[in-house]
Design a binder for this molecule. Structure first.
Ligand SMILES: [Zn+2]
Ligand SMILES: [Zn+2]
Length: 339
C-alpha cells in the first residue's frame, strides 16, 4: 500500500508499505478520498513542526475484506460497502470513556508505519480498522463520506449546545465547520440561522447557501439579534458570542483558540441568565451513527457539494497541501483512483 508522509514544511513523500490484513473484528478498507483539515494545513505550513508524520483523519473508502468475526454480521459493513471511517480509538475503560465521552479518551492507541513513523491512517491507500469504526453511507458521493469526521464533530457540537428544533442559531465563522453547522441546524429544524464572518466573500457564500442572515462581527447583534445557540467556529468572536446568546441560551466553543484567550462573563450574569458556555471537541460514537445516516440520506448533499473546493490524485498531494496553505478553501481532497 501507499502512505503519504509529511517530512518537513512544504515536503511530502509517498512511501510503499506492506499491505495490512484485517483482524478478526476488523474490515480492510481501500481509502478513496481523504480531506485536508486544519492539522494537515498547519503541519505542511510549518506551524506545527512535527515530522515525519503520515496525517489524514477525514477519510472514506470501500470495504475490500472483512475479518471472520464480522464477515456476514448483520448491521456491520460488508465487502463492497462504502464507508466513512472513525479513526479515533476509544478504550471504553478510562474515566471519560466510562461516562460515554469517548471523544475525550485519555488512552488512545496510535498507528505507525513500518519504520515507526506516526500515522493517522487517512493518507494511505489501505487501512485495517475495527468494523465498529466503519460506518456505511450507502451510495453517497465518496467526498461526502470523507466529510464524515467533521460532520460527526459538528453533530457533537449541536448536542453540547442542546440545540433543539425551533432554536434561533448564530454561527460565528463561515468556513467549512460553520457551514456544516448551518446545514445540520437547518435539517434539525432551526427557526433561523445567521452566519457572522469577517470575510465578505464567506458571508456571500453562506447567504447563497441558505443562511437567513449574514453579518460582519460589528453588525451581528443589530442584524441578527439574540440567538438561542451561538456556535463559535472561528478563532475569535467569543465575547460577541456571549453577547449574542439570549437568556437561557448557550455558547458552544467549537473552534480551537489561543491558549491565553479568556472569556469575560460575570458569574452573576451566568446565574441570572442561565447562559451555558460549553466546549465541543471530537465526537462520540452516536455522532458517527447520526452523521453517516445523514450523509446516506442525501438531505445535506447540496450543502456538502458546495464545500468541495478541489480534488487531487494521491501523487499530487503536495499541490493539494500547497493550495490549502496559500488561499482560503472549504475542503480539498486527496484521492486514490478507487472511488
Ligand atoms: Zn478534521
Ligand atoms: Zn478511554
Amino acid at each position: 500500500m501507499r502512505a503519504l508522509v509529511v517530512t518537513g514544511p512544504g515536503e511530502v513523500e509517498v512511501r510503499q508499505e506492506p499491505d495490512p490484513a484485517p483482524g478478526e473484528e476488523q474490515v480492510l478498507v481501500e481509502i478513496a478520498s481523504c480531506g485536508i483539515c486544519t492539522f494537515e494545513r498547519r503541519l505542511f505550513a510549518g506551524v506545527k513542526p512535527w515530522y515525519p508524520v503520515s496525517p489524514g483523519h477525514e477519510c472514506a473508502g470501500v470495504v475490500v475484506a472483512a475479518g471472520a468475526g464480522v464477515d456476514g454480521l448483520r448491521g456491520s459493513p460488508q465487502v463492497g460497502d462504502r464507508v466513512t471511517i472513525d479513526l479515533l480509538t476509544r478504550c471504553m475503560t478510562c474515566g471519560p470513556c466510562r461516562r460515554g465521552k469517548t471523544g475525550l479518551c485519555v488512552n488512545r492507541q496510535g498507528r505507525k508505519l513500518s519504520d515507526g513513523t506516526v500515522a493517522f491512517g487517512g493518507f494511505t491507500s489501505l487501512i485495517a480498522v475495527d468494523a465498529k469504526s466503519a460506518h456505511q453511507v450507502g451510495g453517497a458521493p465518496i467526498q461526502h463520506a470523507a466529510m464524515g469526521e467533521p460532520i460527526a464533530c459538528c453533530l457533537h457540537s449541536l448536542r453540547q449546545g442542546q440545540f433543539r428544533p425551533g432554536d434561533r442559531v448564530a454561527i460565528i465563522g463561515g468556513g467549512l465547520m460553520g457551514r456544516i453547522h448551518m446545514a445540520l441546524t437547518r435539517v434539525g429544524g432551526a427557526s433561523s440561522i445567521g452566519v457572522v464572518d469577517l470575510s465578505e466573500q464567506r458571508r456571500d457564500e453562506a447567504e447563497e447557501s441558505g443562511a437567513d442572515w449574514v453579518a460582519a462581527p460589528e453588525d451581528a447583534l443589530k442584524v441578527g439579534g439574540k440567538a438561542d445557540v451561538v456556535f463559535v467556529t472561528a478563532m475569535g468572536g467569543v465575547d460577541l458570542a456571549v453577547e449574542m446568546a439570549d437568556r437561557g441560551g448557550a455558547v458552544v466553543l467549537y473552534s480551537a483558540f489561543a491558549e491565553e484567550l479568556k472569556i469575560s462573563i460575570g458569574a452573576d450574569y451566568c446565574h441570572r441568565n442561565e447562559v451555558d458556555i460549553v466546549g465541543a471537541f471530537n465526537q462520540d460514537i452516536e455522532d458517527w451513527r447520526r452523521g453517516s445516516t445523514l450523509i446516506r440520506s442525501g438531505v445535506i448533499a447540496d450543502d456538502l457539494d458546495r464545500l468541495i473546493t478541489a480534488r487531487y490524485p494521491f501523487g499530487r498531494a503536495g499541490e493539494a497541501l500547497s493550495l490549502v496553505t496559500s488561499e482560503p478553501t472549504y475542503r480539498v481532497f486527496v484521492e486514490n483512483a478507487t472511488a
